[in-house]
Design a protein around this ligand. Structure first.
Ligand code: SF4
Ligand code: SF4
Length: 151
């Protein structure tokens, strides 16, 4: 199974440093609106950091199947990638993603690309609330249950 960003919500403090690190790495700006990981909050008790798990959590290839230009593919290492050259910004992948982890930025679709195998969000999370690892079935189930409450 491909490694991806695995959330441990019980450890998340909601500091949003992961969002900042992601935006800075990919867009050179300290702007959480440009991040491919989003921290969702429910009340004062639950923070859920969510990024694309490369098809592990959704269990489907929704985005790849619906893209009318074939711009979303899985690379040889298993990472789901978006070709910015051919993306026409139709927003279909953004609307259909059941995990809500695709962002539309300046008319193009973006998602977690695992920073070339060295995820910056994981490096800055001192709480250990996000991990670069293979998900097990229990973690997948738990994330889906939490998503129903916060996304
Ligand atoms: S950096 Fe870690 S603790 Fe802070 S919001 Fe992100 S996942 Fe949560
Ligand atoms: S926004 Fe881009 S990547 Fe997403 S479905 Fe449309 S063309 Fe494909």
């Amino acid at each position: 199974m491909v490694k991806s960003i695995i959330a441990h919500p019980e450890k998340c403090t909601g500091c949003k440093l992961c969002e900042v690190a992601c935006a800075l790495y990919h867009h050179g700006e300290v702007n959480p609106l440009l991040a491919y990981i989003q921290v969702y909050r429910k009340g004062v008790t639950v923070d859920l950091p969510l990024a694309c798990t490369q098809g592990v959590d959704c269990g489907e290839n929704f985005c790849m199947e619906v893209c009318p230009t074939g711009s979303i593919t899985r690379d040889p290492s298993g990472v789901v990638v978006i070709n910015k050259e051919t993306c026409i910004g139709c927003r279909i992948c953004y609307q259909r993603c059941p995990m809500k982890v695709i962002q539309m930025i300046d008319g193009k679709a973006y998602k977690c690309d695992l920073c070339g195998g060295d995820p910056q969000c994981v490096k800055v999370c001192t709480a250990g609330a996000i991990e670069f690892a293979e998900a097990d079935q229990e973690e997948i189930k738990r994330t889906k249950e939490l998503m129903k409450e916060v996304v």
